[in-house]
Design a protein around this ligand. Sequence first.
Ligand code: SF4
Length: 221
Amino acid sequence: MIRYPLIGISRHRLGIDGKGVTSLVCGAGCPLRCRYCINKKLLAERKPEMISPQELYVRVKRDDLYYRATGGGITFGGGESLLQASFYGPFREICGDAWQINVETSLAVLREQVEIAAESVDEFIVDCKDLDPDVYHRYTGGEESLMEDNLRFLLKRVGPDRIVVRVPLIPDHNTAESREKSIEKLSTMGVTRLDVFSYHIRDHDELYEKKHHDKQEENGE
Ligand code: SF4
């Protein structure tokens, strides 16, 4: 049976990652090594709990009324959520269509994982980092072309209405000008929903995002 490597659940999130009230379900594993990753410490310290779609449903269904009343649901993050692409179909069968299923992803995954997720995910929240290949590689250790190819594919497969692309200003890596170039390129690719924001760094590798809460926060667990 398919299992999800659960790291933590953050409840009652409003307008942060997806429509309405959401529960953020964090999973382990990521192919990238972003310099300011806020999940590094969490992923290194906690051993994932392998849970089934039914077990996850039991844990998050207490907020069913909030999801239904606000058009919200579950947002899978991480780590890289699309490493668990095969989990979302079985989970959808259990939770039904009334809940929104969102994923936060870098799209730095195999095409097959994007294809599988497209079958059952309502909204893709894509953290593109930067579309300059050098900036991207310096910041993540990965290849920008993989993300870009997957994004082009996804735009064709599900359409722009189901995709939000986050475009950060990353201290010591990109500039307002290079971010503007990324935005222009994304627009020519057909992206219509952008979330433009800045990373804020305190101390050394500790990252604070202006608009997004700490994923490590767990409520009611
Ligand atoms: S893609 Fe996200 S989880 Fe992966 S290393 Fe970068 S910031 Fe961390």
